[in-house]
Design a protein around this ligand. Structure first.
Ligand code: SF4
Length: 459
């Protein structure tokens, strides 16, 4: 099937990582530009592969080049709503190609070609051919497919702008719809290849974590491929309209996470937050010192007020985990009136990167525009607290209320001591190992540690 392609094509290469030492060239990514796009067209020249710009053999080792991947597809059963779902599979399918690594999605794609594959004569025309064959194989409803791969800077620039307009059209379509308007939600388990307990729940208010798939896309995907990774979830009974807890979602998450988790709250980062895979666009994170929440996106290169960057934070909550105080999400979800509703919504948001704040400014209540800090206003928790106080952010009231309750511990503590019935929660950890002997290992997940007394001494 892949006769003249000089590298192997197989799902076994999906987890292949190409580190800098083995890399021949990088394409797209944070130091360049790139995008991928699928367009459903009326008629397409089937099997046509076009490379616009330098081929791999003409590139200089160790350099970074722009990248555009355009798939034009046609077929009697194909509908526009399927573009997003087909596009999301580019990631998986490109990663089947030996010596080619594809990360992220949409205009965030980041790819690498290995030195070995370059030596074997691998080129972008081969990548195009592999994509063309595999997509027809995976989606029998694709009758014709043409692939264009761009590496010429000007062409890629134009293409990225065009792709962004298409993404915006898709995203805005779901904005007028809300969870109350529909009878079904959707689940996606496409990321279980690297995050085995992750289940995306997609509702009109909460698009997929990767930002590439919305409720309409899922509806079309589940219709044409009911056995595929995207499936319908009848809405079921609403248990809590604030957290967004539904019986059907609890059951779906339990079943698809091998019962690692049995509850999910759509609109909270506390209690039972949505699981996080690894390709989420952004992470919402709790700052206990301020009782506030920040959101940082993948493209933000600096440190958050917590003193760590996006990558470190993503490492703590990815892999399909449900980590209280963190939740992977897509930026589009921040436009929903239900955005972290159970946690206080925007009244609880204290910090955002400037890029995100500007993008969703119209969705932030006007009175909070000046009260939410960015990296240009503060660089640490200490500065952030000062900023919030000066701006009289709503969390300041929460903090003083919390501080005043903390100042009355004597009575509470005495009561607890007398009754001797309840202990105090001291800490919560996503994962911890307990030292044992006899060849066994005990790992506690999402452990809450309670203690009768906590003694803190100075070394
Ligand atoms: S992030 Fe969610 S919706 Fe996107 S591909 Fe992964 S599982 Fe599917």
């Amino acid at each position: 099937m892949f006769g003249d392609i000089p590298v192997e094509i197989s799902p076994m290469y999906e987890g292949e990582r190409i580190r800098a030492a083995n890399m021949f060239v990088e394409l797209g990514g944070p130091k360049s530009i790139g995008a991928e796009l699928v367009l459903v067209s009326e008629s397409v020249e089937d099997g046509k592969i076009t490379v616009v710009g330098p081929e791999i053999k003409d590139m200089e080792e160790g350099k970074i080049y722009p990248l555009g991947i355009l798939l034009e597809v046609s077929g009697k059963q194909l509908e526009k709503d399927l573009e997003g779902v087909i596009e999301r599979r580019i990631h998986e399918i490109c990663n089947y190609v030996q010596g080619f690594m594809h990360l992220n999605q949409r205009d965030k794609i980041w790819c690498r070609v290995s030195k070995d594959s370059h030596k074997k004569g691998f080129g972008l025309n081969h990548l195009g051919k592999a994509i063309s064959i595999m997509f027809k194989d995976e989606f029998p409803i694709i009758e014709e497919i043409a692939v264009t791969i761009m590496t010429e800077e000007e062409k890629v620039k134009e293409f990225v702008e065009k792709a962004k307009l298409e993404y915006e059209k898709r995203d805005s379509k779901a904005r007028d719809l809300s969870e109350e308007d529909v009878d079904s939600f959707y689940g996606c388990v496409m990321c279980q290849s690297f995050a085995p307990t992750h289940v995306c729940v997609i509702t009109p208010d909460r698009p997929a974590l990767c930002g590439g798939i919305n409720w309409f896309d899922c509806r079309a995907a589940a219709k044409i491929d009911p056995e595929g990774p995207i499936f319908e979830i009848p809405k079921g009974e609403l248990l809590d309209s604030v957290t967004g807890e539904y019986t059907s979602l609890n059951n779906t998450v339990a079943e698809n996470s091998q019962h690692t988790f049995n509850k999910v709250y759509l609109h909270s980062i506390f209690g039972h937050p949505h699981t996080s895979c690894g390709c989420f666009e952004a992470v919402a994170f709790y700052m206990p010192e301020l009782d506030g929440i920040g959101v940082v996106h993948r493209d933000f290169k600096g440190d958050t007020p917590l003193g760590i960057p996006f990558s470190a934070m993503a490492g703590q909550c990815s892999g399909g985990k449900q980590v209280e105080g963190f939740s992977g999400l897509c930026v589009e979800y921040m436009r929903s009136p239900k955005f972290l509703k159970a946690d206080g919504g925007y009244e609880r948001i204290v910090w955002l990167p400037k890029e995100i704040k500007e993008k969703i400014l119209e969705n932030i209540p006007k009175e909070l525009h000046e009260k939410i800090a960015t990296e240009e206003d503060v660089s640490s928790i200490h500065h952030l607290k000062k900023f919030l106080s000066e701006k009289n952010h709503p969390v300041i009231k929460r903090i003083s209320e919390l501080e005043s309750t903390e100042k009355e511990p004597e009575t509470v503590f005495e009561e607890e001591k007398e009754s001797n019935s309840e202990m105090v929660q001291f800490a919560q950890v996503p994962e911890m190992a307990i030292p044992t002997s006899g060849g066994i290992k005990i790992i506690l997940k999402n452990a809450k540690i309670y203690a009768e007394k906590v003694i803190i001494t100075k070394k």
